[in-house]
Design a protein around this ligand. Structure first.
Ligand SMILES: NC(=O)c1ccc[n+]([C@@H]2O[C@H](COP(=O)([O-])OP(=O)(O)OC[C@H]3O[C@@H](n4cnc5c(N)ncnc54)[C@H](O)[C@@H]3O)[C@@H](O)[C@H]2O)c1
Length: 382
């Protein structure tokens, strides 16, 4: 089998991860890297002596079969069109484009030329997100009521994309992937504090046809670093915390129930507390990036025969399980802490509908090392 000759455009803070990942893939070869900065090119030439290093995108396209675009957001659409015109499949880092018009022009060109173009939504390849999707789609959470995400930290402050474009694609891509539908209503409210016309903080709300409400809080002007998504279903609730080194996913077997028979309104709703499950996953961000990049390249290799439309951009369809690329994203919201630390009844969770049952207790057992283990909450009064 010939090795896929891959090129990377933009080898800055993030693009260098793609360069390293491609260089390490058995089935691909880092054929060329293009960067506008002479210092970056100098470093690349030293680190990857067998790769062709250039400042000219056309030069890179002439030497490669497929391309990763990891240059600044404002260049994505133009470079993606250039790749499509040259017939080279490309993985475009998020944000896919900075306007719907740009995104659609790339999507149209890709569909017309039958050239796969992927958005770099790496979280769709995260094992915790895969598990979360299986829970949602398999009905284990019951009917999904709402979800919210928190993606905040201090820096990196960008000048050419706001916090929504910088962070939001992750949350939007995950929400659409989990729910399997596109929103019917979207609202985003942001504020620029540090630079004119570049929003540092954005609150995004999406409403889906199924009734699910989603909210995301996005900011690079925040004292905390949080990467969290909470999904609240009728029978179970799940928290995906990507800042946790090991316990990324917590499945709370709790909710509010309406018994089939009750005498008064007060008895109609009762809070149910149950176990907390913590599945175990491989967790290093390095391997996650590798999954994303290598999975994408497997998909590129399969050269999908058809292209379908999802949301506002075209995404190739492939029979391969991992080949699922979603359109440009946005969206979000937050939360702090959850039920494995002591909470006063009524402060969080489904509410003090039955205060006698609503007791939360600190968990003391250490994390499970392997497989899926349950953490049992002590029974009220025990
Ligand atoms: N998927 C993720 O989790 C993730 C994380 C961080 C950044 N990103 C995205 O990756 C992209 C790059 O971010 P970054 O932090 O590496 O930025 P960066 O500014 O550190 O690097 C960009 C690089 O592109 C080069 N460049 C600029 N214009 C170019 C052009 N026309 N042709 C070739 N090279 C060009 C610059 O010289 C620089 O080396 C952004 O779109 C960003 O949103 C994605």
């Amino acid at each position: 089998m010939t090795r896929l000759r891959v090129g990377v455009i933009g080898a800055g803070a993030w693009g260098r991860n793609h360069v390293r990942t491609v260089a390490g893939l058995a089935e691909a070869e880092l054929a060329a890297v293009c960067d506008a900065d002479a210092k970056v090119r100098e470093r690349l030439a030293r680190q990857y002596p067998t790769a062709h290093v250039t400042a000219d995108v056309a030069d890179l396209l002439g030497r490669t079969n497929a391309v990763v675009i990891a240059s600044p957001a404002a260049t994505h659409a133009r470079l993606a069109l250039q790749c499509v015109e040259a017939g080279k499949p490309c993985l475009v880092e998020k944000p896919f484009a900075l306007s719907r018009r740009d995104a659609e022009s790339v999507a149209r060109a890709a569909a017309d030329a039958r050239v796969p173009v992927l958005a770099g939504h790496l979280l769709l390849f995260h094992p915790a997100v895969e598990r979360l999707r299986a829970l949602v789609q398999g009905g284990e959470l019951g009917r999904v009521y709402y979800l919210y995400g928190l993606r905040v930290n201090l820096g990196q402050i960008r000048a050419d994309e706001n916090a929504l474009w910088s962070f939001g694609p992750h949350d939007v891509s995950v929400a659409l992937y989990l729910l399997g539908e596109v929103p019917v209503r979207v609202a985003a409210h942001g504020k620029s504090y540090l630079q004119p016309k570049v929003e540092d903080v954005v609150f995004l709300t999406m409403e889906f046809g199924s009734g699910v409400l989603a909210h995301v809080q996005l900011s690079w002007l925040d004292p905390h670093k949080e990467r969290k998504l909470t999904v609240v279903g009728a029978t179970k609730m799940v928290v995906f915390d990507d800042m946790e080194a090991r316990e990324k996913l917590r499945i709370y077997d709790k909710g509010v129930e309406r018994p089939p028979e009750y005498r008064s309104y007060g008895e109609a709703l009762s809070v149910r507390e149950g176990d907390i499950f913590i599945p175990r996953f491989p967790t290093s961000s390095r391997s996650r990036r590798s999954w994303a990049t290598s999975s994408a390249w497997h998909a590129v290799r399969s050269r999908p025969a058809r292209v379908r439309r999802t949301g506002s951009a075209w995404s190739p369809c492939s029979r391969r399980r991992r080949a699922r690329w979603r359109p440009v994203g946005r969206r979000s919201r937050y939360e702090r802490g959850h039920a494995d630390t002591c909470r006063r009844p009524g402060r969080e969770g489904p509410g003090p509908l039955r205060p006698d049952r609503d007791r939360r207790t600190r968990l003391r057992r250490p994390a499970a090392r392997d497989g899926v283990r349950a953490r049992r909450l002590p029974r009220p009064g025990v």
